[in-house]
Design a protein. Structure first.
Length: 324
């Protein structure tokens, strides 16, 4: 097997624009001295299959080229039946998607050329991963997540976004889907167990976060760290439509955890169990994957990211370049 990095690219990212832009981008990447072997995905599950083969073959670096959904698929390719494949393979990110929520948490530039440069000079960093057990379409199953798991209204929003065929999954798409879902949403009775402590509540959602951002740039878990061995848990209780609409701006800026109301609380944990007597949807890294009951656990240092972070100023500059 080649010793070149394997870049697994999703041509459907950015509503298909990533595929149309790819020839020019590949030329620019190679001109920047980032050489690679390319594998294009053609449908769901392809990125996991391609990554798993590369990890088994001890490829030194596997790079996810796409948005958060592609990143999730590639990460799951480092595991088989939930167990990390014995391999020195490291993980990297080349942002080609619109949302880019996880790359914000780890300081990876939005511009693919700058992200490739960060790969070239990066010193490996250990990342925590979440693992979720849940009720999938074909029965109980499990899956890893790198960024955020969401129970409740977030799962409904993810379904709505996924059905928005041809639209890029950016901030506006998530915002519109959130507002439309809020108009018909009814909060659900949940039984939540956080590190052994049970709580019964009527809830809008339970967010289990490894990274800080979700929904195309909303800073839902501003205190989350990807290497602290813990998951941040934000429980939003029986809030109403007005409280939701008023809180959207605060969530976007990450100030919603300041002066918490009795109906919103934040904690950190290693294991979270959630169940309900009614159907409640679950999403992982923005992708709808199934329903409750679900269990979420942290796996500290489970993945090696071969990519250096950038300063906030550099990250902002990268965002501007990437939007041109």
């Amino acid at each position: 097997m080649s010793n070149l990095p394997l870049l697994i690219a999703n041509p459907a990212a950015q509503g298909g624009r990533a595929g149309r832009r790819w020839p020019l981008l590949a030329e620019r990447l190679r001109a920047s001295t980032f050489d690679f072997e390319l594998a294009m995905t053609s449908g769901p599950g392809d990125a996991t299959r391609l990554a798993r083969a590369a990890v088994r073959g001890h490829r030194p670096l596997v790079v996810a080229g796409g948005g958060d959904g592609t990143i999730n698929e590639v990460v799951n390719g480092f595991f088989e039946d939930g167990v990390r494949i014995e391999s020195p393979t490291r993980f990297g990110i080349l942002p080609l998607g619109t949302g880019g929520d996880f790359r914000r948490s780890v300081g990876i530039p939005a511009d693919p050329i700058l992200a490739a440069a960060a790969l070239a000079r990066g010193e490996p960093r250990r990342l925590d991963l979440g693992r979720a057990w849940f009720a999938g379409p074909d029965g109980p199953t499990s899956r890893h997540f790198l960024n955020v798991a969401d129970v409740g209204i977030g799962g409904e929003v993810a379904v709505r976004v996924a059905s928005s065929s041809g639209l890029p999954r950016g901030e506006l798409t998530f915002l519109l889907a959130s507002i439309r879902t809020l108009l018909t949403w009814r909060n659900k009775p949940l039984h939540i167990v956080i590190d052994g402590e049970p709580i019964d509540l009527v809830c809008q959602q339970v967010v289990v976060a490894n990274g800080q951002y979700y929904g195309g740039g909303m800073r839902i878990a501003p205190q989350a760290r990807v290497d602290d061995g813990l998951l941040d848990v934000i429980v939003v209780g029986d809030v109403n439509l007005w409280e939701n609409l008023r809180g959207l701006r605060r969530i976007r800026s990450g100030t919603h955890l300041v002066g918490l109301t009795p109906r919103i609380f934040h904690t950190r944990a290693r294991r979270i169990e959630v169940s309900s007597p009614v159907e409640v949807k679950v999403d992982l890294d923005g992708e709808p994957i199934g329903c409750l009951p679900a269990v979420f656990e942290i796996e500290p240092g489970a993945l090696s990211l071969a990519q250096s972070a950038v300063s906030p100023r550099s990250g902002n500059a990268a965002g501007r370049i990437g939007s041109n």
